[in-house]
Design a protein around this ligand. Structure first.
Ligand SMILES: NC(=O)c1ccc[n+]([C@@H]2O[C@H](COP(=O)([O-])OP(=O)(O)OC[C@H]3O[C@@H](n4cnc5c(N)ncnc54)[C@H](OP(=O)(O)O)[C@@H]3O)[C@@H](O)[C@H]2O)c1
Length: 292
């Protein structure tokens, strides 16, 4: 049995609520796999106590923390330094405490792109236009990462057009806003809305106009196989589920806190997936909304 010592490295996930978070299970798997003297714990913190809690964690010797709903914007505001991608995303999901300073970054975009590269081999951001449905925090991060990776054209389609327009304005570059998704020349379609998630209405979209080589990614991971992904597979398109994004977004934080670049593989996926399956219908599974 692995035990902690006086020099254990500590990290956790700050959220309110946080009981739905898969991050303790995910990081716990890696800690066990790499036999690391460390722990990763859930940290339920009310919004009004967030700043005090973060500063206390730094004082207590934590190496850092993940940040999930509803604290991602507050985390951005209190960091001493934020990465370029966090500035573009306007939020922070990963904190690193180093030499008395709080560093923040956003890894959702990285996680999404790494997941697509893993599940749709051959896909390249620069290969063609992308269409993203939605304009929330996760889409902002993924849009910034796609542009940085060389995506030649990105169209945002959202129920509330003003939110998509704000992202286009803030990111600059080849980002457009449309009312209907321009699928005919899309190399990538991403669902960044909560439609299709358990308990939410389905996403209604006709995939027929997509080119045969297009990739379809869904950020929703409960259920794992959303109707969108099933429709994509039925059309013979490459389909990328939301669990991959969840797993890959955790990599940079784990490496920064525990000093090992962790691997996302089938064993990790099965382990985290088992908790999604066993939670079905359980009361504590009420909110699969947040990424981490
Ligand atoms: N796989 C992962 O690791 C990961 C990470 C982060 C997020 N996610 C998932 O990504 C999705 C978005 O997360 P977020 O943090 O960006 O959430 P958010 O900021 O709350 O944004 C939600 C988005 O969904 C749209 N939406 C909600 N209900 C809708 C409806 N009935 N009809 C049309 N559009 C609707 C919203 O449109 P309006 O702007 O019009 O309200 C908005 O664009 C969620 O499904 C979340 O679980 C997954």
């Amino acid at each position: 049995m692995r035990t902690l010592t006086g020099s254990s490295r500590l990290a956790g996930v700050l959220g309110w609520p946080v009981s739905h978070s898969r991050s303790p299970r995910l990081h716990g798997f890696w800690l066990e796999r790499y036999a690391i003297d460390g722990a990763y714990v859930p940290l339920p913190v009310r919004p009004e106590r967030f700043e005090t809690a973060v500063r206390s964690l730094a004082d207590l010797g934590f190496a850092g923390a993940n940040v999930t709903i509803p604290h991602k914007e507050a985390a951005f505001a209190l960091c001493d330094e934020v990465s370029e991608i966090a500035k573009r995303a306007g939020s922070v999901n990963t904190l690193v405490f180093r030499e008395g300073r709080i560093h923040g970054t956003s890894t959702d975009g990285f996680g999404c792109l790494e997941s697509i590269r893993g599940q749709a081999p051959g896909w390249l951001a620069e290969a063609g236009p992308a269409v993203i449905l939605g304009a929330g925090g996760a889409v902002r991060a993924v849009a910034a990462a796609l542009i940085d990776a060389g995506c030649p054209k990105l169209t945002l389609v959202n129920r509330t057009a003003a939110r998509a327009e704000a992202i286009a304005r803030d990111l600059g570059g080849p980002v457009e806003v449309a009312t209907t998704p321009p699928l005919a020349d899309a190399a990538l379609l991403v669902n960044g809305t909560s439609l299709g998630m358990k308990g939410e209405p389905p996403l209604e979209i006709d995939l027929a106009p997509l080119p045969p080589e297009a990739v379809v990614q869904d950020m929703v991971y409960v259920p794992l196989e959303t109707p969108l992904l099933a429709a994509a597979r039925a059309r013979g398109l490459q389909a990328v589920d939301g669990l991959g994004m969840l797993l890959h977004q955790a990599r940079p934080g784990f490496e920064a806190w525990f000093g090992v670049a962790p691997l996302v593989d089938a064993d990790l996926r099965d382990y985290v997936l088992a908790s999604l399956v066993s939670d079905r219908g359980a009361p504590q599974a009420a909110s699969p909304r947040s990424g981490a």
